[in-house]
Design a protein around this ligand. Structure first.
Ligand SMILES: Nc1nc2c(ncn2[C@@H]2O[C@H](COP(=O)(O)OP(=O)(O)OP(=O)(O)O)[C@@H](O)[C@H]2O)c(=O)[nH]1
Length: 357
């Protein structure tokens, strides 16, 4: 079940409960079972789902659902906050500071999208005025350096790598040293993909981490990984100190629930999601708006971000000035219609019927 469907199924289970004339234990259990089934079908780890169900039951017991209490609202709020707990580790990630050198190391399974995500991450920060640089410490996959070089050149980001050197630890150390001297404030180290059974590759990853002394290790995870996500994420966490997660390929038909379980394994927050192959198909991840959208409650902060994205910065003061003077020409209206069109289907960004009201 893909994430969009998961949201729909949970919302329907809640709506069915809302439609019942009397909310008794049977109705509540039916609702919780519906939610549990949907989460399991989306590959969310059984243990997490069970925990969530127990917690909701505890909340309901505490609230005692006394007469006069709005049972529906209590249950809906409990579902919302428990889902938030699954996707939010509660631990804020280390955030690099602009102007001060930070080394960020990317790790993950083969083909999870690390190389693509390294460039997206660099490009995202470059647009915000940072001075990023990319180091290719992936000597395992033929073509990895060419891929990084191509992406970096396109985005005009300095890069370091070698066709001759086969020792990733040496390349990583040299690359980081060089960009530190060049005063880059975000040095991103791409490492080769590995699987938890590959002990030697895990040792190599540990050595890369030792030499580069990263301020933050980001675990990149493909949203389609499924139930294997938890164990893989745990294996990475045991070898290097993973501090944040990026989930890729959220644009596809992946179930996504497995990748969300990685949050629990690494006890690290998801900071971005990848939504396509292109450099700018990359979004900041925030747990609460994500769950709101999942449950069809809309996302006001996402809506405002989208407005800021599509109305060019240089247009904003001029537009405000004209509006405050009471000038609203056909040209302004035309430009604003064009901006609104860029936001995509309004149903995706605007409020839908809220289940919490
Ligand atoms: N649709 C989609 N494709 C993505 C996304 N991120 C990466 N990809 C694609 O996934 C494939 C693998 O990406 P890479 O960046 O090469 O993966 P990698 O983890 O560096 O691979 P290894 O070095 O072998 O471990 C490429 O075809 C990317 O274009 C995403 O968010 N959405």
């Amino acid at each position: 079940m893909v994430l969009a469907e998961l949201g729909g199924t949970i919302t329907n289970a809640l709506k069915r409960m809302s439609n019942a004339t009397i909310i008794d234990e049977k109705v509540i259990n039916e609702c919780l079972n519906g939610i549990t089934r949907a989460l399991l079908q989306s590959d969310v780890r059984l243990e997490l789902v069970k925990n969530m169900q127990d917690n909701i039951k505890k909340i309901l017991k505490n609230e005692e659902l006394a007469a006069g209490h709005n049972k529906r609202k209590i249950i809906q709020q409990a579902v919302y906050s428990e889902l938030c707990k699954i996707v939010d580790s509660g631990k804020p990630p280390v955030t690099p500071k602009k102007g001060k050198t930070s080394v960020i190391m990317f790790v993950g399974l083969q083909g999870s999208g690390k190389t693509t995500t390294c460039t997206k991450y660099a490009y995202y920060h470059q647009k915000k005025g940072w001075k990023p640089a990319l180091v290719c410490a992936d000597t395992f996959r033929a073509g990895a350096f060419d891929q990084l070089k191509q992406n970096a050149t396109k985005a005009k980001i300095p890069f370091y790598g070698s066709y001759m050197e086969s020792d990733p630890v040496k390349i990583a150390g040299e690359g980081v040293e060089r960009f530190k001297k060049e005063n880059c404030d975000l040095i991103i180290v791409d490492t080769s993909g590995r699987h938890k059974q590959e002990a030697s590759l895990f040792e190599e990853m540990r050595q890369v981490s030792e030499i580069t002394k990263p301020d933050l290790v980001i675990f990149v995870m493909d949203s389609s990984i499924g139930q294997a996500a938890y164990d893989q994420a745990l294996a990475f966490k045991k070898s290097v100190s993973v501090g944040a997660v990026i989930i890729t390929k959220m644009d596809g038909h992946a179930k996504g629930g497995g990748a969300l379980s990685a949050v629990a394994a690494t006890k690290s927050p998801v900071i971005f999601i990848g939504t396509g192959e292109h450099m700018d198909e990359f979004e900041v991840f925030d747990a609460k708006p994500f769950v709101s959208r999942l449950l069809g409650m809309g996302d006001l902060s996402g809506f405002m971000d989208k407005i800021h994205e599509v109305v060019p910065m240089e247009q904003q003061p001029e537009l405000l000035q004209k509006l405050s003077e009471g000038t609203f020409t056909l040209r302004i209206m035309y430009e604003q219609f064009q901006n609104i069109q860029k936001m995509g289907p309004i149903g995706q960004v605007c409020f839908q019927d809220s289940i919490l009201t």
